[in-house]
Design a protein around this ligand. Structure first.
Ligand SMILES: [Zn+2]
Ligand SMILES: [Zn+2]
Length: 246
């Protein structure tokens, strides 16, 4: 940092003491964005985890099956590799809920920093960052797509290309909960599209899909399908938190 940037930041810290993004308590000027107590409330995902869906697996499972969890081995997803910074819950849940429903857009870059660490091996300079789209009704309501904010933050932090509106969600998929896995997939596959103006530029590209959470993977699967159909060589997925259903 240059001396005047440092000075500027010190003045700013004095005027507005930095506070924890998760609980609002004051943090030390160089203490990062989250206080020690909230930091302890993150459930970081460590190795070994499933190479495709980021679910933690045991050393024994790793020795037995290699890098995939039982579900991904039985039915490998269309995307290649998956990384998540945390298991959903605790401080990660608070940051994500604040970003999605509380207008706390500043959470996007804090979450992106953790995601950049978790997805370090995916983030090569050739990669194109693409957020999972939300329907435009939701965009109008919320004013932003939280996944797009995260993708842009990652792009700034790592100097990677980002195309925030490459994918489009055609209709709302509000009630996928009652459907079978196949039913969900069918409906999602019809809902996600590559925008016309980007169709010719995707051949040979390596895309990293960015989202806040990964749950069943139905949405990510639909995005990967659309991207691969338009010539992408590979699709990886990077999320802030992995939701476990059990
Ligand atoms: Zn805190
Ligand atoms: Zn898996």
């Amino acid at each position: 940092m240059t001396w005047y940037a440092t000075l500027g930041r010190n003045v700013l810290d004095w005027l507005i003491p930095p506070s924890c993004l998760s609980c609002g308590e004051e943090v030390a000027p160089d203490g990062g964005h989250v206080c020690a107590a909230c930091f302890a409330g993150f459930r970081f995902i460590h190795v070994p985890f499933c190479d495709a869906c980021a679910l933690p697996i045991t050393q024994d499972e790793m020795a037995e099956r290699g890098a995939l969890c039982a579900d991904c081995e039985r039915r490998p997803p269309l995307w290649r590799r998956g990384r998540a910074a945390f298991l959903y819950g605790g401080s990660a849940r608070r940051l994500i809920m604040g970003l999605k429903y509380g207008d706390r857009t500043e959470h996007a870059s804090a979450l992106a920093r953790f995601m950049a660490q978790a997805g370090d091996d995916l983030l090569d300079q050739e990669a194109l960052l693409v957020p999972v789209p939300v329907h435009r009704w939701r965009l109008w309501n919320r004013g932003y797509n939280q996944a797009a904010l995260m993708a842009k933050a990652l792009s700034r932090q790592r100097g990677l290309a980002c195309q925030p509106d490459l994918l489009r969600r055609r209709f709302r998929t509000a009630s996928l909960a009652g459907l079978s896995r196949q039913g969900r997939q069918k409906q999602m596959a019809e809902a996600i599209m590559v925008r016309d103006r980007y169709r010719d530029g995707l051949r040979g590209r390596h895309v990293i899909l960015v989202d806040d959470i990964l749950t069943t993977g139905a949405t990510a699967e639909a995005c990967a399908k659309a991207l691969l159909e338009h010539g992408c060589v590979s699709v990886d997925i990077l999320v802030a938190a992995r939701v476990t259903l059990s």
